[in-house]
Design a protein around this ligand. Structure first.
Ligand code: 4AD
Ligand code: MG
Length: 461
């Protein structure tokens, strides 16, 4: 007898064959001489119904099993005479591996709040919602690789531990082996020469700088890895540890970057609709109505493009009462981003040419000397999902911008070398992976689209 996944059984056209399944009991109903078990094995959102007659070997174990128990079932797949499912399994043998005490198993009840489930993050993968989210993360990851591989982008690996703060925002987590109870000092300052790497290091906030080094040698590349930010933002869109996808293209300017971002998002959205229809239907029905039609709308429409200056004008004329003031030169807040994409344009928008003063040092300065060739892609409900730019490829301007951003060019000599030797126009962006999962699933809180979220004061699991 072959073991099959529930997904394979539900998709198959054959019937009346013997199989083995392994999974967890979602519900059990006992009748007089038999029991119904709903089994889920994680391969798909659907359960399969098992009918176990009291005459089969192991029926005692069926009686002991309850919601959450793990079981192996041997049986025959048959057309279900009952309503609500096409197939069911007529059990021939049931083995109980581990039971789950109904008195203490926290997932006994059918529905729980997402807040409660965060407190039992070790068990929440067993719920329909988190199963669906995990399968979607898997599909999206695969879609990201397929997109770039089809376009001949090289997947590269950039370091997690680094000495450079790419975004210059001072939000790096420190990595050290210094004895915190006895920190070596030199003239009052911490002596990092004593530390493991002989210098001050932290967890990366972005793989971009190293990505640029490889792109300016090999052409188009992308990274896809974890990034870390010690920003104390307790919002539904911020994590201290999140995954980022960062393509970087040599011989490319801002319009190429915008084109890539739009094509990329459409590709991965389409992939989810095609490859995860059951999970997408679940999100559409149970999490956020119209998720599917919203994604379909995006795939078939064109993104809008606005300059930052135009966006500020629209916001000023909107008549909305925003919590944060709208002023040329200040960073757009989430409420502003959402107004533009959700209310004003009702579709994704790429905002370009932001003031240099609010963007990172590496972005290419426009001729006006006030704005940079930045682009943020904003989508409804999320706001910024992508941040990117054309890079400053002129050595002198880059050094000047570094100094203006209080970075020491000497510490970035290796980065500056790419502008000294065979400099090329190049551009790239970073896609927040969890924000993308949020967008595709309709999930409200970013803590609920990553298995074990890292947020301020929270690293239990
Ligand atoms: O806009 P950001 O900071 O851009 C960069 O890091 C560039 N180095 C990318 C590049 O050009 N290669 O971050 C990129 C994206 C944001 O648009 C957002 O989607 C996501 O990363 N992001 C976060 N997601 C979750 N939690 C956080 N704390 C995030 N910070 C940024
Ligand atoms: Mg950004």
């Amino acid at each position: 007898m072959n073991r099959m996944l529930v997904k394979e059984i539900l998709k198959s056209d054959s019937v009346n064959y013997d199989i083995i399944i392994k999974g967890w009991v979602r519900t059990k109903r006992e009748a007089k001489n038999f029991s119904f078990l709903e089994i889920n094995d994680g391969s798909t959102i659907g359960n399969i119904q098992v009918v176990a007659d009291e005459s089969i070997p192991g029926y005692k174990e069926v009686l002991e099993a309850s919601t959450g128990s793990s079981v192996t079932i041997e049986g025959k797949v048959i057309d279900s005479p009952g309503k609500g499912q096409r197939y069911e399994i007529q059990a021939q043998r049931v083995r109980l591996h581990g039971n789950a005490d109904p008195e203490t198993y926290p997932l006994q009840k059918k529905r729980h709040s997402f807040e409660f489930l965060r407190e039992i993050a070790h068990l929440r993968p067993r719920t329909n919602t988190f199963g669906a989210v995990m399968r979607l993360r898997n599909a999206l990851s695969f879609a990201i690789h397929s997109f770039f591989q089809e376009k001949n982008f090289l997947y590269v690996h950039t370091p997690i531990i680094t000495a450079s703060d790419c975004e210059g925002a001072g939000e790096m987590f420190r990595v050290t082996t210094l004895d915190l109870a006895n920190i070596p000092k030199n003239n009052g300052a911490i002596d990092y020469t004593e530390d493991f790497f002989g210098k001050k290091t932290g967890l990366t906030v972005s793989g971009q700088l190293e990505g640029e080094l490889i792109a300016t040698a090999l052409g188009n590349i992308y990274t896809f890895g974890p990034t870390f930010r010690a920003e104390n933002s307790n919002t539904a869109r911020h994590l201290a540890e999140f995954w980022m996808v960062e393509p970087e293209m040599a011989f490319a300017e801002l319009p190429d970057d915008m084109k890539l971002a739009e094509e990329f998002l459409k590709y991965i959205f389409r992939y989810c609709l095609e490859k995860c229809p059951e999970d997408m239907e679940f999100f559409d029905a149970r999490i956020k109505p119209d998720t599917i039609s919203m994604l379909e709308g995006i795939i078939t429409s064109n993104f809008e493009v606005l300059t930052y200056t135009e966006a500020i004008d629209i916001l000023k004329k909107s008549g909305e009462s925003f919590e944060f003031p709208v002023e040329w030169g200040s960073d757009m807040q989430s409420e502003h981003e959402r107004y533009l994409t959700e209310k004003h344009l009702k579709k994704p928008v790429i905002v370009i040419d932001y003031p240099a003063s609010i963007k990172a040092f590496y972005m290419k300065l426009n001729d006006d000397e006030k704005t940079v060739r930045a682009m943020d892609v904003l989508v409804p409900r999320i706001g910024e999902i992508i941040g990117g730019s054309e890079r400053e490829d002129r050595y002198d301007v880059l050094v000047r911008r570094m100094k203006e951003s209080n970075l020491n060019p000497d510490e970035y000599w290796w980065y500056l070398d790419t502008r000294k030797f065979g400099s090329v126009p190049h551009a790239g962006f970073g896609l927040g992976f969890e924000r993308t999962v949020q967008f595709v699933t309709g999930m409200q809180n970013i803590r609920d689209v990553i298995p074990f979220p890292r947020t301020p004061k929270n690293a239990e699991f």
